[in-house]
Each structure stands twice: as C-alpha cells, then as structure tokens.
Design a protein around this ligand. Sequence first.
Ligand code: AVJ
Length: 320
Amino acid sequence: MTRHTPHFIQTHRSDSHDEREDVVAGLSRMPAQASPKHFYDRLGSHLFDAITELPEYYPTRTEAAIFTAHGQAMADEIGHGSTFIDLGAGNCAKAARLLPLLMPSRYVAVDISADYLRDALRKLQGEHPALDILGLGLDFSRSPALPEGVLSAADRPVFFYPGSSIGNFTPAEASSFLHGIRAQASGGGLLIGVDLVKPREVLEAAYDDALGVTAAFNLNLLRNLNRAAGTDFDPRQWRHLAFFNQRESRIEMHLEAREALSVSWSTGSRRFERGEKLHTENSYKYTVPSFTHALERAGFRSVKHWASADGWFALFWARA
Ligand code: AVJ
C-alpha cells in the first residue's frame, strides 16, 4: 500500500493594508457594516464550536442527522473514486465521517485558516494512509476558483460545501459562487448543506441563545477589528442583536451602540449615536424549491435533496 503524506499549498496571504482599508470602508458606510470573516480568530472559532453545541442552534446537529440517515444514499448517488473538494474544511470532521462511505481517490481540503487545516490533515492522513490528500490555504469567498493545476482531467470533482455556509452570501453572490463551482465540477457535482425557512421563533432563538454565546461570538468581532484595523472598539459599549428579516429571508446580526460613542483608527474616526447599528452578518434561509432553482440556474442538473424529518435543513446533490 502506498503511504501518502499531505501536500500543502498556501496561496492566501492576507494583505494587512487591504484588510485595514476594507474594514475602514465598511465602518464608514451608512449603516456601518463588517464582514463575517472577522468572527473567526482562534477565540471566535472556539465560540462557533460552542454555538454548535447549544440547544437552540439546530443547523449542525440537524445536518449531522441527515448524514446519519441518508449518507449511504448520498454515496450511492455520488459514487466512489471522486476527487472530494471540501470548501471550508476547518477541522475536517464532517469530511472524515463521509470518507468511509464516499471512498474518494483524492481529498482536497480548502480553508482560509492554513495552520489549523495543516494540523487536521496530518491527523486525517494517519487515519487514511492511502488517501491522496492536498491542503489548500486560501480564501475562496470571493471566487471559488481552485489554483491552476490542482484538478486534472483524471479527476471527477465533487465539491462539498456543508453547514449552510452559503447563507452568508447574498443571493447574487450565491449565484456567482454556484456558477463558479459548476464550471469546475464537470463530470462531478456539488454536495451542499442549506438551512431552510422555518418559524421565526426557532430562527431567532438559534441566533440569540439564552447563555449569550452567540452574543459573545458577535462582540468578539470588535476585538478582531481592533487587531486588523487598529480601531479602538470597546465591546462593553455594544449590544448583540439578531432578528429574522422576512422580506429578505435572512437572519441579520448587528451590534447596537448602547450609548453615543466614537471609534477611532489611525486615519480617521466615526461617531455612532445611541442605538445606531453595525451590521455584522446575514444568514440567508432558503426553501427546497428556491434552492433547487438556484442550482438549476447555475447550470446544475438532476438536483436531489435529503431534508431532515422536521424540514429544517437539507443537503442537496447536484450534477455538473
Ligand atoms: C457558519 C455562516 C453557517 O449562519 O448559522 C452562527 C454562522 N452566526 N451563529 C450561520 C453563525 C451566528 C453560521 N454559518
């Protein structure tokens, strides 16, 4: 048996100047906004892991239950021997559960957090010594294009985008993301986890839990902005806010100023009135028909889905 060691390519080096400009541009808007990517420093990643354990946060465990119930049916549709491309692989836990069913010939794990990914892949390679593993440290949020040469004609690419990460994109961004994946997935397809519309109380509790873990996760973004852009946010001056915007079919998370305040950085400052908000995240919720149509508009065909018994979450498999 051939023993592999994981290969690794890192193309993403966050340019700290661009990063600062981006943050400042968002803060200077009316209303102010920040990208949800700023949630995920080390502490933020741990807070997100804690969120997934909360009784109110149903997506992670609901998706896991769908894999348990229908994983074999998915594998039967997808077939063995694919090149399995895990977008936002993180600790690779979701893929690790699927590998024994899917039996891909290559595993390509992509994540913006390269160091975290490298550790996870070393461990995974130990458990799957014969699997050809490639790690890619890159930010695919703007474009899902893999670097030149990663896929060859021999690959049958199956993209994996679980956890309802697609929910952070606006419908227009989601559409261009899906088009981009379809263009690279010829002969394979996309397996994607999508959170569905459900009663408002259920949605809002999932993003405003009793213990305040999601509040801490949201407030932690201010510490990350301070580090990335040299701002002087004081988290104590802000309050977590989450609500379902029915018209846009999305959960919105904001931070609301508890008092009039001002935030400064090296080249400027901004005043916030009491009650003024900084928009930190959208989490779009789809229906089975609305997401099926989005996949079809992006050029995918024979779209299948497996939903949880409560209809709260679904996995879609779409051929490219
Ligand atoms: C990681 C984007 C899927 O939208 O549910 C969880 C992030 N924000 N609680 C989501 C999140 C607040 C999560 N995603």
